[in-house]
Write a protein that binds this ligand. Structure first.
Ligand code: GDP
Ligand code: MG
Ligand code: K
Length: 298
C-alpha cells in the first residue's frame, strides 16, 4: 500500500471588487487564521492566507493590478500579473452571481485568455439568487474561457466552500508544507522568499550540498522607490560547502542571487535588490530551534 503524498501549492484569486474575495478567504481560514497581515503592504502581490489540512496546503495570493482599469496599468504590472497567474497551480476567478456580467469581469476574462493555468470559475453569492438565475449565469460565462471547473458557492454562508476546496486540492502537485501549520506571522513572504533562494542554491550546486543548505531571510524592506531590499543568509554545515556555494570569485553565489532575484520579483511584483550571505553553522539540521527559526517543520 502506498501512502498519498502531501500536496501543496499556490492559488491565485481574481475577481472585481465586492465579488466576495475577502469573505471567501475569511471563511476558508476561519478561526485558524494563519496569515492575514494588515501591515502596510511591502509587496503588491499579497498573500491572503494559508489553508492547511492533513493532506494539503494551499497558499492563496491575490493578483496585482487586476482591479485597475487598463489605462492605469503599466506594462510592468501587467507582466507581473501574468507571471503570477502562470506560476500558480490554479486560478480562482470569482464572480458575483447576483449581478450581470460587467466590464470588470470582461476585463479579467481578457486577461486570463491565454493563460495555461487551470481556471476555476467560482459563482459566489448563490444565496441571493434563484437556481434558475444561477443556471443562466453559467450559460453566460461557460464559453468565455475554457474553465477547468465551475463551482457555485456562498462565501458568506459557507455553502459549498468545502466542495471548492476539495476541487482545488486536485490541482495541487505533491509538495512540502511551506508554512508550519500554526504559523502566525506578519511576514509570510519571508519564508517563501527563503524557499526560492534555497531552490536556486540546490539547483546550481553539486549533489553533496543540498541537504546541508538552509536559508533565512533576515530583512525585507521596501524603499520609497518601491524597490524591495532583501537580506538573506544561506547556511551550510562546513567550510568546504561554503566555498562551493560562493564559487570561484563569487560566481556561484552571484548566479544563485540572479535567478532567485528574478523569482522574488515575480512573486512580490516589485523590483528587488537581493543581498546574499553565506555562513557556516555546524550541524544546523540538528538544532531544532534553529530549524524552526528558518520556518521548517520539525
Ligand atoms: P471583495 O472586494 O471581493 O474582497 O469582496 P468582500 O469579501 O469584501 O465582499 C463584498 C460584500 O459582499 C460584503 O458586504 C460581503 O458581506 C458580501 N458578500 C460576500 N460574499 C457573499 C455571499 O456569498 N453572499 C452574500 N449575500 N453576500 C456576500
Ligand atoms: Mg477584499
Ligand atoms: K504584502
Amino acid at each position: 500500500m502506498t501512502e498519498n503524498e502531501f500536496k501543496s501549492g499556490f492559488v491565485s484569486i481574481i475577481g472585481r471588487p465586492n465579488v466576495g474575495k475577502s469573505t471567501f478567504m475569511n471563511k476558508v481560514l476561519g478561526q485558524k487564521i494563519a496569515i492575514m497581515s494588515d501591515k502596510p503592504q511591502t509587496t503588491r502581490n499579497k498573500i491572503q492566507g494559508v489553508h492547511t489540512t492533513e493532506t494539503s496546503q494551499m497558499i492563496f495570493i491575490d493578483t496585482p493590478g487586476i482591479h485597475k482599469p487598463k489605462h492605469q496599468l503599466g506594462e510592468h504590472m501587467m507582466k507581473v500579473a501574468r507571471n503570477t497567474l502562470r506560476e500558480t497551480e490554479a486560478i480562482l476567478f470569482l464572480i458575483n452571481v447576483s449581478e450581470e456580467i460587467g466590464r470588470g469581469d470582461e476585463y479579467i476574462i481578457e486577461m486570463l485568455r491565454n493563460t495555461s493555468t487551470p481556471i476555476i470559475l467560482v459563482l459566489n453569492k448563490i444565496d441571493l439568487v434563484h437556481p434558475d438565475k444561477l443556471i443562466q449565469q453559467i450559460e453566460v460565462y461557460k464559453d468565455k474561457l475554457p474553465f477547468s471547473d465551475i463551482v457555485p458557492i456562498s462565501a458568506l454562508q459557507g455553502n459549498n466552500v468545502d466542495k471548492l476546496l476539495e476541487v482545488l486540492e486536485t490541482y495541487l502537485p505533491e509538495g512540502p508544507m511551506y508554512y508550519p501549520e500554526d504559523r502566525i506571522t506578519d511576514h509570510p513572504e519571508h519564508f517563501i522568499v527563503s524557499e526560492l533562494i534555497r531552490e536556486k542554491a540546490l539547483h546550481l550546486t553539486s549533489q553533496e550540498i543540498p541537504h546541508a543548505i538552509g536559508v533565512e531571510v533576515e530583512r525585507m524592506k521596501e524603499n520609497d522607490q518601491g524597490v524591495v531590499h532583501v537580506q538573506a543568509t544561506i547556511y551550510v554545515e562546513r567550510d568546504s560547502q561554503k566555498g562551493m556555494v560562493i564559487g570561484k570569485q563569487g560566481k556561484m553565489l552571484k548566479e544563485i542571487g540572479q535567478l532567485a532575484r528574478m523569482d522574488i520579483q515575480n512573486l512580490l511584483g516589485s523590483q528587488v535588490y537581493l543581498e546574499l550571505w553565506v555562513k557556516v553553522q555546524k550541524d544546523w539540521r540538528n538544532k531544532s530551534q534553529f530549524i524552526r527559526s528558518l520556518g521548517y517543520r520539525d
